[in-house]
Design a binder for this molecule. Structure first.
Ligand SMILES: N[C@@H](CCC(=O)N[C@@H](CS)C(=O)NCC(=O)O)C(=O)O
Length: 246
């Protein structure tokens, strides 16, 4: 059987989402680094894998996928018998679906902006937009109020078991827990307990170890200058030697 292949970048939260799923399923995979610093993601070979020029992309034999959440859904269905069952039983599936949608349409837009402003911009030597942070934090508080109410009712978002609905949140939560934005999660006891629980999962701990050196970057002596497209910005950044990206 051809090995599963993840084309992505260790700094990409969407790539990390796929890693989290593969580790929960105890699946071996090959990781192919897509070097964002040289815009490899905008070149024809990668555009053939992801026509939007984004990471990750994924291969399971002849099946070629992009969009991290579609990849985790495929892996969860196709490898049901492996590792953690990430899908709720049939009757509970609609509730899991609701929370997967909430993550994609409420949590990700808000936390994605914050991750960009308070994690990646400083890392890239760019200036954080404080107004954007204030606005996004306000929105995050509203979103987390809903989560607090939900997590008072059940241990996990989809019910009493950990599912993809929880897993999809991991990369952004992990990033934000290294920043002052953490206070909004910690101010809500059920949200705090849920974050701590899911971040401590052995599969996620393995992903974090795999991403080493962790954020923020350990800037080594050798740096090189690159123009990169990130989140719609065209920026020139100083990047460390390639090995930190593999
Ligand atoms: N919805 C997509 C988002 C993919 C995405 O935005 N990837 C980012 C990294 S997390 C990327 O490729 N950024 C490069 C760019 O914007 O040029 C998914 O979940 O796969």
């Amino acid at each position: 059987m051809a090995p599963l292949k993840v084309y992505g970048n260790v700094f990409s939260t969407a790539t990390q989402r796929v890693f989290a799923c593969l580790h929960e399923k105890n699946l071996d995979y090959d990781f192919v680094n897509v070097d964002l610093s040289i815009e490899e993601h905008k070149q024809p070979p990668h555009l053939a894998r992801n026509p939007f020029g984004l990471v990750p992309a994924f291969e399971d034999g002849d099946l070629k996928l992009f969009e991290s959440r579609a990849i985790t859904l495929h892996v969860s269905y196709a490898y049901q018998a492996n590792g953690t069952p990430l899908m709720a039983e049939d009757k509970k599936m609609p509730i899991q679906s609701v929370w997967m949608e909430v993550e994609a349409h409420q949590f990700e837009p808000t936390t994605g902006k914050l991750v960009w402003e308070v994690v990646f911009k400083p890392m890239l030597g760019m200036t954080t937009d404080d107004e954007e942070v204030v606005e996004s934090e306000k929105k995050l508080e509203e979103v987390l109020e809903v989560y607090e109410a939900r997590l008072k009712e059940s241990k996990y978002l989809g019910g009493e078991c950990f599912t993809l609905a929880d897993l999809h949140h991991l990369p952004n939560i992990q990033c934000l827990f290294g920043t002052p934005v953490k206070k909004h999660f910690e101010a809500r006891p059920h949200v705090k307990a849920w974050c701590e629980d899911i971040m401590a999962r052995p599969a996620w701990v393995k992903v974090i170890q795999k991403l080493s050196p962790p954020l923020p970057l350990n800037i080594p002596k050798l740096l090189f200058k690159r123009r990169v497209a990130m989140n719609g910005y065209d920026v020139v950044i100083m990047l460390p030697v390639r090995e930190t990206m593999t």
